[in-house]
Design a binder for this molecule. Sequence first.
Ligand SMILES: Nc1ncnc2c1ncn2[C@@H]1O[C@H](COP(=O)(O)OP(=O)(O)O)[C@@H](O)[C@H]1O
Ligand SMILES: [Mg+2]
Length: 592
Amino acid sequence: MLEQNSIWFFLSRRKALYGSLAVVLVVAALLEALSVGALFPLVTTVLGGDAAVRGGSVLSFLESMVTLFPGRDRLVTAVVLMVGFITAKSLAVLMRDYLIAYGGAKVVHETKQELFARLTQLPYSYFIAHSHGDLSYRLTTAPQSLGLMLLLFPSILAQGFIVFAICLLLMTISWPLTLGIIGAGGLLYGLLRQASKRVSHVVGKRRTAALSRELGIVVEFMAGIKEIFAANAADRWMSHYCEQGRELRVLHVQDSVWQSVPGVLIEWVFFVLVGVMAVLAQQSSGSPAASIPMMAVYAFALYRLIRSVSLLSAYKLRLGSQVADVGLLHRTLEEPIAVSPNHRAEEASFTKSVIFDHVSFVYPGRQEPALRDINLTIEQGQVVALVGRSGSGKTTLVNLLLRLYDQSDGAICVDGRQLAACSRSSWLRLIGYVSQEVFMLNGTVRENIRFGLVDCTEGAIEEAARAAYAHEFIAALPHGYETIVGDRGMMLSGGQRQRLAIARALLRKPQLLIFDEATSALDPTSEAFIQQAIRDLARDHTIILVAHRLSTVRFANKIVVFEDGRIVEMGTHPELLAMKGQYSTMMSSSVE
Ligand SMILES: Nc1ncnc2c1ncn2[C@@H]1O[C@H](COP(=O)(O)OP(=O)(O)O)[C@@H](O)[C@H]1O
Ligand SMILES: [Mg+2]
């Protein structure tokens, strides 16, 4: 079964620890049974009977341990014996709980680290295909379920061993009765198992799905808060959220009720069995008084057995609703990564050119290619502008350059090397990327420019801000570079965010700068600032400029016109005008 595999997958990460835990579990179970049995010499002593009572091999053995010290007071010896066993058992239980807690915490922690590391290696298309809620669920709630599983699973084994050890003890006292009880208990357990399997599996799956949908609604609400308020659509998210809440409420009730059913049923069976036992003992034994110590131990052992069985099934039910998450985690950890680790990946360089050679690209799940037979050379030091209607493939070309996707056909070469053969991080280090929608952290201006870069000085940050024409407005903010920008930079204007994004890109000292519609959403003043910044940068950078406002690309060394995934025209501004083709039509139709 797949989910069983997932449990072993996580346990086997700490083989030594869980191996020792298994030993401790066995020892603790044996001590548990012996400490129950140690009641026997105590009761016989209190009742003043002699040792000749039938009680089976284990009880006789314990009885004989007391008589080993004939000089001492028998009662004291019996008490010491019992306390000794209980103490040893308690120590073993402490050890067991420590190992369970330690192992669980360790595995969860390591799994989380590995999970995030794996996510960073997954292809971009994976993130497109999965909702934010789903991904957040995998990173936060699912590891919690793993923690619970790592607590429940060893606890189930612990109770299982105790059940086994106590059954052995009961068998040595009276095997026909015990077999009867095991038969009845087994049947009951089998029935419960069937029911629990069905319920907890279904409930667990539905709960996982509902929780991840709920998370998705919250994440979406937060991400779109401005548009949602503006569209006066908050009610829709509220009702979605409440709908999920209603479903979770029902699932919670189902889950809880089913968890308490086994305990109740088993207790009921226990009392029935005790009654049956009393009748049987009375019928089979000639002298009821002589069998009192045996009966007392038997009843107590039976009680312990029932308690363990009921814990066992309760744990099992709870585990049932966690394994769906554990399976999900396991699958996420084994998700195929973007690029098979290429140990011989070369260090990328960009001193000459980037060449697109007959490149085509089809998005995963699409039929129509987004790029068709693209041939394009971007020389180092040039400004190359990509223009064309919305949906013509400009951003797709940028996506390939950013290695978010690999081309379906053809080759992209940098300095004569296949881009695919270069290490992705060495290539991305050479690129600075600014898009239309700038992502901002809820942190200070400085943190937003730094954006995770560690080895940069304060001076470098300010220098980057100046080059992006951002220093002036930052200095005018209430706390300068330490001003908090709010979630997604809400406290800044679009133009200011854009300039911070440019500073962020420049701080990385890139050789190739990509601006994808960086000024499209801006007012003329902000746009002028950014235009100026781009012109300055063009002096010592290679620039790819995606724009739909043609006035902004006039100065480019090469203007590339896209149409329906193809390059239809290419040249400088005057050349393209002279062609009197698509570009000149676009030029004359655009109201500038
Ligand atoms: N992630 C995606 N999955 C599938 N199709 C996409 C994706 N992104 C863009 N497309 C499609 O690819 C085509 C080109 O889009 P794009 O390169 O973004 O155009 P442009 O940037 O020129 O406006 C469009 O038809 C668009 O619908
Ligand atoms: Mg685009």
